[in-house]
Write a protein that binds this ligand. Structure first.
Ligand code: ME8
Length: 655
């Protein structure tokens, strides 16, 4: 496998994210991974150019603006600022934030289209087939899923209209040959095989224009058409480094050394159309595409804006800070650590507060926190905080440092964040073992001063190396350790990842524990109380409904189903709530908790075919999981149920 860097420059990108919603843990995963890699390459002394940004021309962005009653331009400006704010809070140090509404990008897209129109790689024809409006994607009949969009399962429209096509099919052989010659181009290997199978299955030309909806980049010479949002978006990687001005100093960054993305946008977009576009433009291809897996929620669903089950990384960090007593900046670093440590990059992972708190206690409070909290106070107590002279370095810590250095480099060169963190944690384990084995308190008692100096020096030196190595993952934590070791003002560098480079004589500071242990029982009580409070606010205080309209697309996001009520019983410990089992035509009945008990007897509900919001985010109400909501008429209390007036099959769609 080739390494991530190709020489002394390192150009790295993330996808540019749609601004129809705010960043969630899934988006922050890609961006944090890119940031960690960028920071690692900077540490290695390379010139790094790290680009992220926002994809602003999608129709769903227009709809989101309408839903808020805002002008689209004003909406995207606000959203782009909010994404930047989140990245700042998550300690993301990008070099360029690109927005597809920038004039430079519009010009770059128009130049690409004009060039490819001139070369014949883009041609005009008629599109006939099916179109999913929210996904802005065309489908062939056989690609539909029971007549609906295979991606979002919403209704599709039949269309026949003039459109422009990019000759993707002409590049199949060249793409396959390129993948063969450059086995490192698409990673991980399983994804590479998927891409090859996809192309071998036959490529068709990509429809790259839409009838101009009034928002989007206008096709050069054909103002009635706009450029398809994906074709527009991919070009951001070129715009970011100055395309089409190949004399621009930034153009020397081209091509990207690595492009990170989720597995959802690899095959059709980044591994097919994108390299074909570059081939058509005669430009070198990126050195490597790496597709990571999905974060799913603890109920197993992909976290996504359209499913509305997302967690805001900043809110997660604030909760963690609140529960642990760590500063918010340290908690942000802990979230970064968790995401990159918990699953192997490339595989799917399940995100839950329970696993985050577990890792916080085990890895940060215990392993890292312990080494810090033992070493610095010992130095303070026995040596007035002054780093002593090093000794001969017996005891294996020096070897452990050398090993960690090799392993971290090997792992990060192959985008294995988890492996790199495991290597650092082995060094921490060696450090903690070293304290136990050498018993500095005993050396002190026995007045073995030289030996004590040597042990204290090695421990502080080990912490120094750990601070350098964790820097790409936890930049604030690294800086804090660095300062406590008295090294403020000395820039950390990779060459210093070597035993014995801590200067004797510097003064350490003990400080508050960086990672106070979370009391898990108390944490659960507080999290549940918070959830109940949020629910209570939602239940008890019917809010003023803003006078905004809802787009059809938004309405369609509600999965309303007819469900036959099979069982009704009082929820234990509550006078207001029923626990219902409802047949939605699924394998097992759905459990729903509903506040109907004060106004309806069980027999008023049992056997009725009610309307259920089937895709409502699951919630725990009085300790019972609820997987949907029943529609009822009434503002403060339910007055009547919404029921089907004819027999219909359980699970029928309500629209
Ligand atoms: O696709 N788990 O934007 P997008 C892991 N604008 N990663 C996730 C995730 C999850 N649950 N959800 C999202 C677009 N991501 C286009 C890209 S690029 C030229 C245009 C991450 O806002 C992951 O990187 O839908 C995924 O590929 C990306 O967000 C999709 O973001």
């Amino acid at each position: 496998m080739a390494e991530t860097s190709t020489g002394n420059k390192f150009y790295i990108t993330t996808p540019i994210y749609y601004v129809n919603g705010r960043p969630h843990v899934g988006h922050s995963y890609t961006t944090i991974a890119a940031d960690a890699l960028a920071r690692y390459h900077r540490l290695r002394g390379e010139e790094v150019f790290f680009v992220t940004g926002t994809d602003e021309h999608a129709t769903k962005v227009v709809h989101a603006a309408q839903a808020q009653g805002l002008d689209t331009r004003e909406f995207v400006d606000r959203m782009a600022a909010s994404w930047q704010k989140t990245w700042e809070r998550m300690h993301i140090a990008y070099d360029r934030f690109i927005r597809t509404t920038e004039a430079a990008h519009v010009a770059a897209v128009q130049r690409v289209v004009a060039t490819l129109l001139a070369s014949g790689d883009i041609y005009q024809d008629e599109y006939q087939g099916w179109y999913c409006v929210p996904c802005e994607t065309y489908f062939r009949e056989n690609e539909l899923c029971e007549g609906t969009c295979p991606d979002c399962h919403r209704p599709v429209e039949q269309v026949a209209q003039p459109a422009f096509f990019f000759r993707t099919s002409a590049y199949s052989d060249r793409l396959l040959a390129y993948f063969e010659e450059h086995p490192e181009f698409i990673q991980p290997e399983t994804r590479r095989r998927e891409v090859i199978a996809f192309i071998e299955g036959g490529l068709r030309d990509a429809c790259i224009s839409r009838q101009h909806p009034g928002w989007g980049i206008t096709m050069p010479e054909h103002p009635e058409h706009s450029v398809y949002v994906w074709f527009d978006a991919l070009i951001n990687y070129l715009t970011a480094v100055g395309y089409p001005d190949e004399q621009a100093p930034t153009w020397s960054w081209w091509p990207p050394d690595i492009q990170l993305m989720g597995k959802d946008i690899l095959t059709r977009f980044h591994a097919t159309i994108w390299p074909a576009m570059l081939m058509a433009l005669g430009l070198p291809l990126p050195h490597r595409l790496f597709a990571h897996g999905y974060w799913v929620t603890d109920s197993g669903d992909k976290m996504s804006k359209s499913r509305g089950n997302v967690m805001d990384p900043w809110e997660v960090a604030k909760d963690l800070a609140d529960l642990s007593g760590a500063t918010t900046a340290v908690a942000v670093d802990a979230v970064r650590y968790f995401l990159l440590r918990e699953v192997t990059f490339g595989l799917d992972g399940s995100f839950s507060m329970a696993s985050l708190l577990g890792r916080f206690n085990a890895d940060l409070a215990n392993d890292l926190g312990n080494l810090l909290n033992r070493t610095l106070p010992l130095l303070e107590r026995y040596r007035e905080g002054i780093i002593p002279e090093p000794g001969p370095g017996a005891g294996g810590l020096r070897e452990a440092i050398a090993q960690a250095r090799e392993r971290v480099a090997a792992c990060l060169d192959h985008v294995d964040f988890r492996g790199a963190l495991e290597a650092i944690w082995e060094l921490l384990a060696a450090g903690n073992k070293f304290v136990d084995a050498r018993e500095p308190w005993r050396l002190r008692r026995e007045a073995k001063q030289v030996e004590l100096d040597a042990v204290l020096y090695d421990l502080a030196d080990c912490l120094r190396v750990v601070a350098i190595l964790v820097g790409p993952f936890m930049p604030v934590v690294a800086e804090e350790i660095w300062e406590r070791l008295g090294l403020a003002g000395v820039p950390p560098a990779w060459k210093d990842v070597e035993a014995g480079r801590l200067p004797a004589g510097v003064r350490v500071q003990v400080g508050r524990p960086l990672f106070p242990r979370v009391d898990l029982d108390r944490a659960w009580q507080r999290l549940e109380a918070k959830q109940e409070k949020t629910q209570k606010v939602a239940e008890d205080e019917p809010k003023e409904v803003a006078a905004v309209t809802v787009s059809y697309e938004e309405f369609q996001r509600l999965d309303l189903r007819a469900g036959k009520v099979l069982e009704v019983e009082k929820a234990p410990g509550s006078d207001k709530l029923y626990r219902l089992q409802i047949d939605l035509g699924e394998e097992t009945p759905r459990q729903v908790v509903a506040g109907l008990a004060e106004n309806f007897a069980p027999e008023d509900i049992q056997g009725k075919t009610v309307v259920v919001v089937a895709n409502l985010e699951p919630a725990t109400i009085r300790g019972i999981r609820s997987y949907g909501m029943i529609l009822a008429v009434g503002e403060d209390k339910p007055l009547a149920l919404v029921v089907a007036d004819q027999e219909v099959p359980a699970g029928s769609k309500v629209r």
